[in-house]
Design a protein around this ligand. Structure first.
Ligand SMILES: NC(=O)C1=CN([C@@H]2O[C@H](COP(=O)(O)OP(=O)(O)OC[C@H]3O[C@@H](n4cnc5c(N)ncnc54)[C@H](OP(=O)(O)O)[C@@H]3O)[C@@H](O)[C@H]2O)C=CC1
Ligand SMILES: Cc1cn([C@H]2C[C@H](O)[C@@H](COP(=O)(O)OP(=O)(O)O[C@H]3O[C@@H](C)C(=O)[C@@H](O)[C@H]3O)O2)c(=O)[nH]c1=O
Ligand SMILES: [Mg+2]
Length: 305
């Protein structure tokens, strides 16, 4: 089996390229914007030029395609709408079309930010979308483009993705760990989800196979606020000896922390449809955070079985 992974230098892409060979006994073809994956030369693709993507898939002839590339700078997207729309909104449609034409199963990722954030129970995949910003709008356009292309597709909506590598909230908190106090918003609620969990779920799905089109949610269990997540990160980092002392987390409101993009107040996602289709379980977010600091890949893999 040969799996093409787009966005191989990202948080999720890195975990996919590391884990898929063993989990699927597959050859993984990493694709990056720069043509470099962890110091080795690899295939390139620029998602801001969607026209070229079909040619790549025809040339490589993979047995499955996973798209982990995206424009993920939520605030910057507000001033780069056209670029975000090409990368997140258009390119996934071109990839899906090539996959559908050649009968190749396709896994694509989306986000909790497609929702408006005013629900009072976890969002179901089929609930009405209402993105509050350009990033969410562009990701929703990508979902729709993928769906129109047909073929065998699973769209996986993730949320609050983090890891020890890449650009994410956990790494931001560790960078700011020498402060005495940090103000962190306490009125945005979601489920912090490690990149490794998304990669493990993707491996399990590809191993089992799938037909037709469905959208699922892939997040760790439970919910917290960004402030709650920050507290847990500092607790774990102290326990693991990564930092000596930790800042006090001051709970603030969204209004106290103005940003260019509006973010959903509540984006807890129901994962029932995913767990039932693929007979998986998903550990709680706090358990996942511990497993992330432990970096025990075997324990991580077993946690969804
Ligand atoms: N991060 C998060 O909190 C969340 C992410 N998601 C979704 O999950 C998926 C994976 O996200 P994650 O791994 O966190 O993202 P990252 O931001 O870590 O990685 C995204 C990757 O996409 C690549 N990329 C960006 N623009 C282009 C382009 N024009 N051409 C080719 N590659 C490009 C980047 O390349 P380069 O390394 O060269 O910059 C980067 O490696 C995405 O679909 C994202 O929307 C959903 C919810 C939350
Ligand atoms: C750094 C920092 C952030 N915050 C707030 C701002 C924001 O509301 C929240 C999270 O900030 P970030 O910029 O890390 O998160 P953000 O980039 O909005 O994260 C999102 O990324 C995209 C790609 C997604 O798809 C989402 O699921 C989500 O993970 O924390 C503080 O309150 N204090 C701080 O010191
Ligand atoms: Mg961010």
């Amino acid at each position: 089996m040969k799996v093409l992974v787009l966005g191989a230098n990202g948080q999720v892409g890195t975990e996919l390229v590391r884990r898929l060979p063993e989990r699927l006994h597959a050859d993984v073809v990493p694709v990056t914007r720069s043509g470099d994956w962890e110091g080795q030369p690899c295939e390139t693709a620029d998602l801001s030029e969607p026209e070229a993507l079909g040619g790549l898939i025809e040339r490589v002839k993979p047995d499955a395609v996973v798209n982990a590339a995206a424009y993920t700078a939520v605030d910057k997207a507000e001033s780069e709408a056209e670029l975000a729309m090409r990368i997140n909104g258009e390119a996934p449609g071109a990839i899906a079309k090539a996959c559908a034409d050649h009968g190749i199963p396709f896994v694509h990722y989306s986000t909790d930010y497609v929702f408006g954030g005013d629900a009072d129970r976890p969002y179901l995949p089929e609930d009405a979308t209402a993105p509050a910003g350009i990033y969410g709008l562009s990701k929703l356009a990508g979902e729709q483009a993928v769906q129109s292309a047909g073929g065998d597709v699973r769209i996986l909506r993730n949320a609050w993705v983090y890891g020890l590598h890449g650009s994410n909230f956990l790494r931001t908190m560790l960078r700011l760990a020498d402060r005495a106090e940090l103000g962190v918003v306490d009125d945005q609620i979601g489920s912090p989800t490690p990149a490794w969990l998304i990669a493990e779920v993707t491996a399990a799905m590809l191993r089992q196979g799938f037909r037709g089109q469905r959208t699922h949610h892939v997040v760790a269990g439970g919910q917290t606020s960004w402030a709650g997540f920050a507290d847990a990160i500092f607790d774990q980092a102290v326990a693991g000896g990564l930092i000596d002392a930790r800042p006090a987390v001051k709970r603030i409101t969204t209004a106290d922390y103005p940003t260019p993009a509006k973010r959903p107040a509540y984006s807890v996602l129901s994962t029932e449809s995913l767990k039932s289709e693929f007979s998986l379980k998903l550990p709680g977010w706090d358990e996942c955070l511990k497993m992330t600091f432990n970096s025990d890949a075997l324990q991580q893999a077993q946690s969804i079985q």
